[in-house]
Design a protein around this ligand. Sequence first.
Ligand code: F6P
Length: 323
Amino acid sequence: VTKIGVLTSGGDSPGMNAAIRAVVRTAIYHGIDVFGVSRGYNGMIEDEIEQMNSRSVANIIQRGGTILKTARSKEFFTEEGRKKAYENLRKRGIDGLVVIGGNGSFTGAYKLSQEFGIPCVGLPATIDKDLYGTDFTIGFDTAVNTAVSCIDRIRDTADAHDRLFIVEVMGRHAGYIALHSGIATGAENILIPEDETSLDEVIASLSEKEKRKKLVNLVVVAEGHSSGGANGVAEILKSHLPNLDTRVTILGHIQRGGSPTCLDRLIASRMGYHAVESLIEGRHDVMIGIFQNTINFTPIEVAIREKQRMSDDWMRIVKILAS
Ligand code: F6P
């Protein structure tokens, strides 16, 4: 490779900037020209592509969001859109691409490589941690720590008023943010799509607690849970437990912003470095992951298809520890 492009795509996640910085500086170290593509695949189609240098990525490792901006591109899912995008890469001689994002972004990368032979490497960046082939995704640690500090605050006020709080966290179809933040804040119940815990069980446990005058309770619910999120859960719980003073908090996009944690900066730097090394070594169409503290390469089509498996001891731990 002599010229590579880098883009961030899909929902932003804290640490994307650290990843961009690592890609740009590693490429420059190897004498490779590096181009930043703005606004994900939309910018590739609209020709918003500019050469970057070492200074373009100064003072960004600590910043949330993404200096390249991001988007979920509808046009890129059309053949015509991809053709336009490819032309803009071709005219600059870009012969490698680093795509920082999640599942949807990798699907785009896979198509680009299949249809036009552009070698791509994916870096897993999503707060949802819903990707196969890696123990970490860039942004998850920051998001879950943000959720933990918010839920700690909620517990203070819940405790002061003897209230039941239903807190909804993000995660799309995955329950990792809910599971991790719920365990770390001592939530009495956690509702995630990967687990079968029914609302009947939650009602039974809360009414047992009501009988022994334990009125302060936190239920952390993943937005992807079948109950329809915190409002859906609250409606059902209120109708069965009318004496509990119940409130709902939806954390929302707060979880996406903020300065990345040390862990997110480290994995972003390590993965960004390996993305460029991988392109140089001719290892294409893979997603870079970290697995058992070793860099792991998952074919992009596998990363798109497979789901990360959640260890099954977690929900048992929740039930035993939150009594
Ligand atoms: O994938 C990241 C994520 O924050 C999900 O947790 C959430 O479901 C979704 O993006 C929200 O998307 P948007 O920012 O488009 O509202």
